[in-house]
Design a protein around this ligand. Sequence first.
Ligand SMILES: [Fe+2]
Length: 384
Amino acid sequence: MPIYHSLGKIPPKRHTQFEKPEGGLYYEQLFGTIGFDGMSSLLYHIHRPTQIRQIDSPLDLAPKIAVEKNITPRKLIGFDIGPKADFLEAREPLMVNTDIHIGLAAPTGSLTDYFYKNADADELLFIHRGSGILKTFLGDIPFEYGDYLIIPRGMIYQIHFDGPDNRILYAESFHPIHTPKRYRNWFGQLGEHAPYCERDYKLPRALAPIDQKGDFLIKIKKQGMLHHLVYATHPFDVVGWDGYNYPYGFSIHNFEPITGRIHQPPPVHQTFETSAFVVCSFCPRLYDYHPKAIPAPYNHSNIDSDEMLYYVDGDFMSRTNVAAGHISLHPAGIPHGPHPGTYEGSIGKRGTDELAVMIDTFRPLMLTEKALGIDDGRYFSSWL
Ligand SMILES: [Fe+2]
């Protein structure tokens, strides 16, 4: 996250004595990524963040793979994923590889009686339905429909929903998620050509440190296992921090589409990148304005990347029979393109109200048993 941010109280000089008003010292923690080379923040705790009281047996969360090698275009009916009360149990991994796990969740309850940390992966939560507050040890981020929440690995968090009707597309990325490098200048600032700017970020606010001793369960995801560690102090005891490593939000509705006289390629929709996949936002926009323009995309060969498209809202211009919550998967190795009629049908149209999130992975995705359970089974032949 290449913006410096600071919350709460911090000492004027790093790595120096920072005294509590009642006496004693705050405990400094360097929270870094990629060894000491990546983004990092310096945190100041009321208590030492290392006080483990108990370690209980872990739970195996490894996804159950049904199709390891896939060449079938598929349509998954995402809203067929049933709601569950618990935030973690509600998560259903659908498409996975060694770089990313993509899934859907419909949690009905807030995560309040334990804390969660993903030690393996940066998490991307796309809020399709519902609103609430992401509560982290680095501050709160209110969220609503259309928000991406980027939670770097290791962030301890809870999530509070305003109601029971919540739908989330999530990705666990085993590579850091960041903004595309080509959007940023040599100094890291987002350029005028980027489809969003720093002002659009939802940064953590309202840091409210809790000074409490007791039993605090943190469920930690590591190497596919969910470990259960009980700590002796409340994990949200950070009185202040500064740096570049923290969770943040970004609304898809703040993505400013880049349009042209003729069809613009998918990279203009890019929102985030990693070394193993990209995330794109397809947003309502005006169509191409060349007098002979064909707004629908040409057939294209994603010969070496799998394309997952999650339909959020509106009428998706190049597809028939897709609805909110559907997922299309176009695997590497074969071309794909607009459905019959949509290519010609797009001519002369002024704009689109489509809203969708695309994840293109550079390595093939495997499908889980759960994914096959919501697969419509006929999609591959829908261009005949
Ligand atoms: Fe495509």
